[in-house]
Structure formats: structure tokens, C-alpha cells
Ligand binder design. Structure first.
Ligand code: NAP
Length: 477
């Protein structure tokens, strides 16, 4: 018989005064609430060191709420209902006493029913372990005694290299079991990234050409116009390879290149990603180009270079740009380069995957070499303006036989005129449902670090000077 015991849910945001909580987590929870996707009675508990009343927290939480899912006439009421479920507890992150205070406050609101708890660690990485231990010591985590579930969500960076990541995994594992741990990579929550598997495995015609025989190279590019801004303190310890490549771009690569999972479930998908990542040899310095944006004059103004940013040492060699060439040593991809580029302070904001097919080997339209034809290309645009473009050769209408590359263009916004959910909405809903398909498993994290750790260490030990590039350019020459 079904267990009829009443249940309740507490969502605890540690670091609730911060940017991520305000801009992403709380608005995503509100969006789920508006769609009635948060089950049963629930509350959101903010926890941080900043002194704040419940009222002040509600005021802060309301700043970024939007009414995308409810009619405007009902918007204020829905916001008021949601905010009335928000509470705040001030405390120190590594103090069991502070966490005990939180526990008491939670129990008061939860009552005596079975309570499920989700902890979102929205704090800088230096605080992760201390707060996780304090949560454990305060007895806030379900240990398998038939109480409600406990789950923890953590944000990258998951360490700085393989060794620090292993320590983090092991230490966190003393408080939360692996199946309770949700390592978030918000790129995996993006609609079009989730669509990669559908594209590959729910369409017949990609599979026969998805290999070294037909594909010349795959490029994954990520760029931002802004520099580091106020994040210098964090970024200088990590750099672009750790910030973007080792996680977001590598995840995209894995989804593009892995074999078809036996089932569409978390375990099978992750198993295939891990298998693929294990086929990638560790990068060496020869596989990498690094760059750093320099002070640049623009319209009578000098834009500060990376070394002039707040909290960045004037001799920093931290890369703000990197280009890497990865190999995949398996039968499908032998000899096909996977190129990744990522940079800040570049000419435009983009994230796209380009699958470049081989040229038609012998072509009746342009002689024996076939070189007059542009090869086909599939472009998957993740941001901005999500979409797919397939570049095909076509005859230009007219009396002659002129050929031109032409795009089949599928813009998500036009093809699916629905509200595209924010990645955090999708991922938080999965945490509530207990679905770990879009989260990073510990073995996956380890193998991702194995690919990048040797080159990160080599760049640092050899103090490799990044190539300079102008802000607003395409990166280093
Ligand atoms: N913001 C984003 O869009 C984003 C995106 C991806 C990943 N992340 C990751 O998510 C986590 C949170 O990001 P965030 O941008 O919200 O960070 P944040 O605003 O810098 O920090 C969140 C809160 O942590 C506390 N805090 C800050 N520095 C601290 C320190 N040195 N020691 C102890 N507590 C400190 C502050 O709260 P109190 O002073 O009130 O305690 C702050 O409000 C980080 O791990 C970040 O790398 C963020």
C-alpha cells in the first residue's frame, strides 16, 4: 500500500544573499511554483552571513521574479504567495551552532510530517566543504532511516584539478552520498543541449554520417564580449580552461561524440559519456593556445586589460582565451579533430557547435578534385538565438549552372513559439524529481579532470605567457 504519511519540502539556499541565488535560483523556483511543479507544501529558506529579516529577504528575492507563466492580472498574488513561503536565517557557514539554529527554524515550519530537504550550496568554492560538514554535523541530512530525502546541489568549480576535485568529492561524500549529490552544469539544462541527443538518436539520417568517414572536424566555440568585470578574484585562480572548457564545452563534446546509450536514463547516458571521455588522451601544451585580453583603445577611451582588472595581479598569466585540439581515440572518431575555443572580451557573444563534413570526393560540377564546392556544415547554435543551420549546396535559380551554399535554418524561437525555460528551471525540477540525468557523476568529473589536469599544470609550471589580444577582437592571432 502507498505510504500515506504527509510530506513537506524545504529548499535551503546556502549563500542566499548572493548573485546566483538572486538572479537564478529564486526566479527559477518561482517559475516552477507558477507552473505548480513544486510538490506539496514547501518553503524556501535562505541562509547566509548577511544580517537580514525575513521581510528584507523577501524584498531581495522579489527583485528578479518575472511573471512568464501566469497572466499579469494574477502575477502580484502569485508573487505574494510565493514570497510568504520564503524565510531567512543568518549564520556562519562552518558553524554547527548556526546550522543547528537553521535546523530548529526548519523544524518549526516543517512540523512533524516527513520532510524532504534540498540544499543548494550557492557559495564560493572555498566555503563548500565547511558548510557541508556543518550541515552534516547539525543532523540536517537524511541518512537512510526512512525519513524524507535529502539532496545537495553544488555549482562548479568542482576543484581546480584532479587531485583537488577528488578531495572535494571524498569530503562531500562523508556528508552526502553520491546519489544525493547533484553537481550542476547549467549548460546541460539548456534546451538545445538537451536536444543534442534527440537530434542524434531520434533521427535516422545522422547516424550513418556521424563518423570519421564523413566528418572532417567538429568545433565548439564559446565567446563573451565582456571581460572579467568584478569576478577577478575568482577568475584569476581558475582561468578560462577551468571556467568553461573542462565543464560546459566538454559536456557538449561528450553528447556530440558518445555512442547511443542503451536506454534514456541517467545511468546509461552517463556511462556512455564516461566511456567517450576515457577515449580522449590528456592534452599537452602543444594542443593548446592561450591568450589574455590587453588594454585596448576605443573611441577616445582605454578599456582596461585583464591585468588591470580589480583583484587581478599585474603580472597574471591566467588565460582569458584558449583554443584546444582534442583527439578521440576510438573507431568512430580516429583522426577527427575536436576543436574548442573559449574567450572573454571578444567581438561577440556566442556558443555554437560546427560539424564540418568532408568535401564531396569527386564531383560532376567542378572537375576531378571537387574542391569548388563548400563542404556541408551543421551548425548548432546554443546561444544567442538557439537554432540549427544545415548548410547545403544548391543550384542558384537561373539559366546557367551556378551553385551556392544555402542554409536550412531552424530558429528555435520561430519553430517552437513557446516559453523556453531557463536552464535552472529545468535542472531544479530534476533535483526535485530525483532525476540525475543532467548532473555530473563523480567518475565523469574525474575523467574530465584527467583530460585537462596535465596541461593546466604544465602551463602553470612553465609560466607560459598568454598571447595578447585586443578587447573586441577575434582573440589572439
Ligand atoms: N553567479 C552566477 O551566475 C554563477 C554561475 C555559475 C556558477 N556559480 C557558482 O555559484 C556559487 C555562488 O555564486 P555567486 O555568484 O552567488 O557567488 P557570490 O555572490 O560571490 O557569493 C554568494 C554568497 O556567499 C557569501 N560569500 C561570498 N564570498 C565569501 C567568502 N569569501 N567567504 C564566505 N562567504 C562568502 C556571501 O554571502 P554572505 O556574505 O551574506 O555570507 C555571498 O552573498 C559559486 O561557487 C560560483 O562559482 C555562479
Amino acid at each position: 500500500m502507498a505510504d500515506e504519511k504527509p510530506e513537506t519540502l524545504s529548499i535551503v539556499i546556502i549563500g542566499a544573499s548572493g548573485d546566483l541565488a538572486r538572479r537564478k535560483i529564486i526566479p527559477a523556483l518561482f517559475a516552477l511554483y507558477c507552473q505548480n511543479l513544486i510538490p506539496g507544501p514547501f518553503r524556501v529558506f535562505g541562509f547566509a552571513r548577511t544580517a537580514m529579516t525575513h521581510e528584507a529577504f523577501r524584498q531581495m528575492a522579489s527583485e528578479h521574479l518575472t511573471c512568464r507563466y501566469v497572466p499579469h492580472s494574477r502575477c502580484e498574488d502569485r508573487m505574494a504567495e510565493f514570497l510568504s513561503r520564503c524565510y531567512y536565517q543568518e549564520g556562519q557557514y562552518d558553524s554547527a551552532d548556526s546550522l543547528l539554529d537553521l535546523y530548529r527554524a526548519l523544524r518549526t515550519e516543517e512540523g512533524s510530517v516527513r520532510a524532504h530537504r534540498m540544499f543548494y550550496l550557492a557559495v564560493p568554492p572555498a566555503v563548500f566543504l565547511g558548510v557541508a560538514r556543518a550541515i552534516g554535523n547539525a543532523g540536517l541530512v537524511e541518512c537512510g532511516g526512512g525519513e524524507g530525502w535529502s539532496r545537495v546541489v553544488i555549482e562548479k568549480p568542482f576543484g581546480r584539478d584532479r587531485a583537488t576535485s577528488d578531495v572535494l568529492v571524498e569530503e562531500m561524500g562523508r556528508v552526502f552520498r553520491e546519489d544525493q549529490t547533484y553537481r550542476i552544469d547549467h549548460y546541460l539544462g539548456k534546451e538545445i543541449v538537451q536536444n543534442l541527443m534527440v537530434l542524434r538518436f531520434a533521427n535516422l539520417f545522422f547516424e550513418p554520417v556521424w563518423n570519421r568517414m564523413f566528418i572532417e572536424r567538429v568545433s565548439i566555440a564559446w565567446s563573451e564580449e565582456q571581460g572579467i568585470g568584478s569576478r577577478g578574484g575568482y577568475f584569476d585562480g581558475y582561468g578560462i580552461i577551468r571556467d568553461v572548457m573542462q565543464n560546459h564545452l566538454l559536456q557538449i563534446l561528450a553528447l556530440m561524440a558518445m555512442e547511443e546509450p542503451t536506454h534514456y536514463d541517467a545511468r546509461a547516458v552517463c556511462d556512455e559519456k564516461v566511456r567517450l571521455l576515457r577515449s580522449i588522451p590528456p592534452l599537452t601544451v602543444d594542443d593548446v593556445v592561450i591568450g589574455q585580453y590587453r588594454a585596448t583603445e576605443r573611441k577616445d577611451q582605454v578599456l582596461p586589460g585583464y591585468r588591470q582588472e580589480v583583484q587581478v595581479p599585474p603580472d597574471s598569466r591566467t588565460p582569458t582565451y584558449a583554443a584546444v585540439r582534442l583527439k578521440i581515440n576510438n573507431r568512430r572518431w580516429e583522426g577527427v579533430p575536436f576543436l574548442m575555443t573559449a574567450g572573454k572580451g571578444l567581438s561577440h557573444r556566442t556558443n555554437e557547435i560546427r560539424v564540418r563534413f568532408r568535401a564531396v570526393p569527386r564531383n560532376i560540377f567542378c572537375g576531378p578534385e571537387g574542391t569548388c564546392l563548400e563542404p556541408n556544415e551543421l551548425v548548432i547554435r546554443i546561444q544567442p538565438d538557439e537554432g540549427l543551420v544545415l548548410r547545403l549546396m544548391n543550384k542558384v535559380p537561373g539559366l546557367g549552372m551556378e551553385l551556392a551554399p544555402t542554409d536550412l535554418n531552424l530558429r528555435y524561437a520561430a519553430a517552437f513559439p513557446v516559453q523556453i525555460p531557463d536552464a535552472y528551471e529545468c535542472l531544479l525540477l530534476d533535483v526535485l524529481k530525483g532525476d540525475r540525468s543532467l548532473f555530473i557523476r563523480s567518475d565523469e568529473l574525474a575523467v574530465a579532470w584527467d583530460i585537462f589536469t596535465p596541461v593546466l599544470h604544465a602551463l602553470e609550471e612553465q609560466r607560459v605567457e598568454p598571447l595578447p589580444y585586443a578587447i573586441g577582437s577575434e582573440g589572439p592571432v
